[in-house]
Design a protein around this ligand. Structure first.
Ligand code: SAH
Length: 218
């Protein structure tokens, strides 16, 4: 028992190291990464590598993002504890959990009911009551809770859907992978300035596609 605990600790430490290697040093963010158990968000088949710095397959043909990329995207958001955040693409719920520790309230939308349900259960088991999971097409944003201080998109599209920019408050930040499904995608950071949207390219990335509509299979 004691030895497997040690082994888990070593794996968790490796995850923190990978995040740090990306140049992420914010102690609050690091503490949150320490607190959120990634093994709760991966499928049983991948428990062995739950703390490896890699994206892993989850149900419905989707993926849980690579921890270092989750950390980088979160850092790009410049979150404060009073912020209202929209996440498009709940997936496993892992990134939503990280956001829930740092922001005031989070609504995360997912087009697969099965993923949304599992993620909501996991977030509840962690006591994250400020995170709400909804089944919706995130390309339309989430009007019932708009506008938002921060918006994060965890699936790639050739262009950021206009509704998302429309639901971003002045001074707000939106982080999204932008690019075609099979082609090069760029992690972008947008900030709503008085004179318009300021865009910055951050890192080439690879994400599952942002698709339209609610999934009908599950
Ligand atoms: N943030 C997730 C990563 C999920 S991968 C995590 O931490 O695990 C991206 C997710 O976006 C997938 O689950 C996919 O089903 C979802 N998605 C794709 N298009 C969407 C849309 N239009 N609206 C809502 N969710 C969408």
């Amino acid at each position: 028992m004691a030895s497997s605990k040690t082994e888990a600790d070593v794996r968790r430490a490796a995850l923190l190291l990978s995040v740090r290697r990306r140049g992420i040093r914010d102690p609050h963010l690091m503490r949150v990464f320490e607190q959120v158990p990634r093994d709760l968000f991966v499928d049983e088949d991948f428990l062995d590598i739950a703390f490896a710095d890699q994206a892993l397959p989850i149900a419905c043909g989707q993926t849980i993002s690579q921890p270092a990329v989750v950390a980088l995207m979160t850092q790009m958001l410049d979150l404060a504890s009073h912020h209202s955040v929209l996440e498009v693409g709940t997936g496993s719920g892992y990134h939503a959990a990280i956001l829930g520790h740092l922001a005031g309230r989070v609504v995360s939308v997912e087009r697969f009911r099965a993923l949304a349900r599992t993620a909501a259960d996991r977030l509840k088991s962690l006591g994250l009551e400020n995170v709400e999971v909804r089944v919706a097409d995130g390309r339309l944003g989430y009007p019932p809770r708009a506008p938002f201080d921060r918006i994060i998109v965890t699936a790639a599209a050739p262009e950021v859907p206009p509704a998302l920019f429309e639901q971003l408050l002045p001074g707000g930040v939106l982080v999204a992978p932008v690019g075609p499904q099979e082609g090069p995608q760029m992690l972008m950071r947008y900030e709503r300035m008085p004179e318009g949207m300021k865009a910055r390219e951050v890192l080439p990335v690879r994400f599952v596609p942002l698709l339209s509509g609610i999934a009908t299979v599950l």
